[in-house]
Design a protein around this ligand. Structure first.
Ligand code: SF4
Length: 360
């Protein structure tokens, strides 16, 4: 007989639990703790899709476990595969909400990277970002964050070896759950700190708190402008968090972790791509151990329109982008890269995640 949704909701979800949490769960079943290690290994190392596949548990144990537990919190609704093999996933949350994640192939490393969401929707509202247009729905639990990685592994049977918190949401506005998720990614999924990147719009108290954790993860900042006024337009939360104080918090992060910071800079025609902005930016980052990643703007629907109804946000020409890069590199002496676009044909590129799947 098929289970109702409510029956499923009353169960404990296994995916995304730590080994200690699995031990305390099965202790309630009066099972020995080695079975928790077996279950942990099936979930994190063998990419199973159902409890029935845990074949080193007896059929009786598997039946018992199925009665009381569900494997995964996330239900795969749809996936799209890009021409460049990027895969975009749309997941149902248990409360009916939806989130997206993206798996990218990293040719240089012959490995896969997962771009995951930390919130359903986002409250920050950056005008170039599709997620921002959706508004904020809710924070994700650590289990829901980690299960996105496990779900991609279940689907493809291939290991993810890199994780970026660059999907939907502002991770530092969901600090505790994100930190728990990072610890699970390190301890249970088995991805080292140096392969985890957290990208923030610049929530200063969160950056300071994260600095004090002294994790060896990479911190990426959505900087997008070298001056307060332009930044307030592009990253509205910066009205609350001043640019100079943000820069101070980045120096603090480096002092505490000795990790080079990544500065992300979405390139928008006539808004932040002028030569003066490149010069201002090189002055701003003087003395900061950082790398700058230029992100050519990816068009989204519903972006800001002028009275003639054409979008105010436009991508600069390649010539302008390369010129900006050259000036910035020369003046700052820092490494500047231009982000390679992935999944643009399926709206899986940076700033395009808005649950906009077709046929839904
Ligand atoms: S860019 Fe990031 S912080 Fe800004 S609206 Fe989009 S998801 Fe939120």
């Amino acid at each position: 007989m098929l289970e109702t949704r409510q029956q499923k909701l009353n169960k404990q979800y296994l995916s995304g639990l730590s080994e200690d949490e699995l031990i305390s769960l099965i202790t309630k079943f009066q099972w020995p703790s080695f079975k928790a290690r077996q279950i942990h290994s099936w979930i994190y190392k063998k990419y199973i899709s159902s409890i029935d596949e845990m074949t080193d548990l007896s059929i009786k144990d598997r039946n018992f476990l199925s009665e009381h537990c569900e494997l995964s919190l996330l239900e795969l609704v749809q996936k799209q595969v890009s021409q460049d093999k990027t895969i975009k996933y749309l997941w149902n949350l248990t409360d009916g909400g939806k989130i997206e994640s993206v798996r990218m192939f990293l040719e240089d490393h012959d490995s896969y990277s997962a771009c995951i969401s930390s919130q359903a929707g986002c409250a920050v509202g950056c005008p170039f970002c599709a997620t921002g247009k959706m508004g904020f729905k809710r924070n994700l639990k650590a289990q829901e964050i980690v299960d996105q990685i496990l779900g991609m592994q279940r689907d493809t049977k291939e290991r993810i070896s890199n994780v970026v918190f660059m999907g939907q949401g502002e991770p530092l506005l969901n600090y505790d759950e994100v930190l728990t998720a990072i610890n699970l990614i390190k301890g249970s999924v088995g991805i080292g700190s140096r392969h985890i990147t957290l990208s923030t719009s610049g929530i200063i108290p969160g950056i300071k708190k994260l600095s004090d954790e002294k994790l060896q993860i990479t911190l990426a900042i959505s900087l997008h402008a070298p001056d307060q006024k332009t930044r307030e337009f592009l990253v509205p939360v910066s009205k609350q968090y001043n640019l100079n104080e943000l820069m101070e918090s980045l120096h603090y992060y480096y002092r505490k972790t000795k990790r080079r910071i990544t500065l992300e800079y979405v390139m928008l025609d006539k808004i932040n791509d002028q030569i003066e902005k490149a010069k201002e930016l090189s002055d701003l980052i003087k003395g900061l151990h950082c790398h700058i990643n230029l992100i050519p703007y990816n068009p989204i629907e519903h972006s800001f329109k002028d009275p003639g109804n054409s979008s105010i946000l436009q991508r600069p020409s390649n010539g302008k982008i390369y010129n900006f890069k050259a000036i910035l590199e020369k003046r700052s002496g820092k490494k500047v890269t231009i982000r390679r676009e992935r999944g643009i044909d399926i709206a899986a590129a940076c700033g395009q995640l808005a649950n906009l799947f077709t046929n839904l």
